[in-house]
Design a protein around this ligand. Sequence first.
Ligand code: FPP
Length: 247
Amino acid sequence: MPTTTRSSIPEHVAIIMDGNGRWAKQRGLPRVMGHRRGVEAVRETVRAAGDCGISYLTLFAFSSENWRRPESEVSDLMGLLKAFIRRDLAELHRENVRVRIIGDRQGLKTDIRSLLEEAEQMTVGNTKLTLVIAFNYGSRDEIARATASIARDVAEGRLSADAITPDTISARLDTSGMPDPDLIIRTSGEERLSNFLLWQAAYSEFLFVPEYWPDFDRQRFFSAIEQYATRDRRFGALAEQVAVAGA
Ligand code: FPP
């Protein structure tokens, strides 16, 4: 991990896409319309991220807590993800985008699970941008699953408890092999992480923007990247060391 760096283009941007419901309510529309417009914002953001040379874009599409919503809304969200994969997979593949899914797949229906697996398999060799879709994702759940897998290895003698380091844990998370997010954006003015990438966000920069997710677009994405570029990241070191490193 670098100790100091002046940020420029982030390698990994993660987004909590919030405010679809409020966007719809403001217009007297059903919530599902907000989610539908949210998919348009997803498309535009994926293109913008690819265009500015970002390597990883993670989108929080469905949290492990979202099952608490009315059944019809849960079903709308599942349907929108399926439609997105069916309609956009070929273009994503053409654009050299790799798709990865994080979250607990065991809790998903077989049809959606196979679609997600198909998207991952088809795009596994792509190298321009990795689009990470967090679906049925909750950070505490992810950490608990990683811990259980470590505990099994310790119990069965494959791993010594003394050999467990932060890297051991990172390698068991769904995000294994990905860089931690440099920038986490949340739309809609809410300022919290909501169980998103808790471990991975240790040194992330945060940006909370007032727009509802359906209004998020290319311009707003670029503006977020510009704001990120003004941040000094110290990774626990001192500001003086940043100045020396940058001299
Ligand atoms: C938060 O808004 C948004 C969600 C829970 C779902 C986000 C999903 C999409 C944009 C569509 C599917 C995703 C992909 C990747 C195709 P909210 O409903 O919590 O809004 P509110 O706080 O205003 O009610």
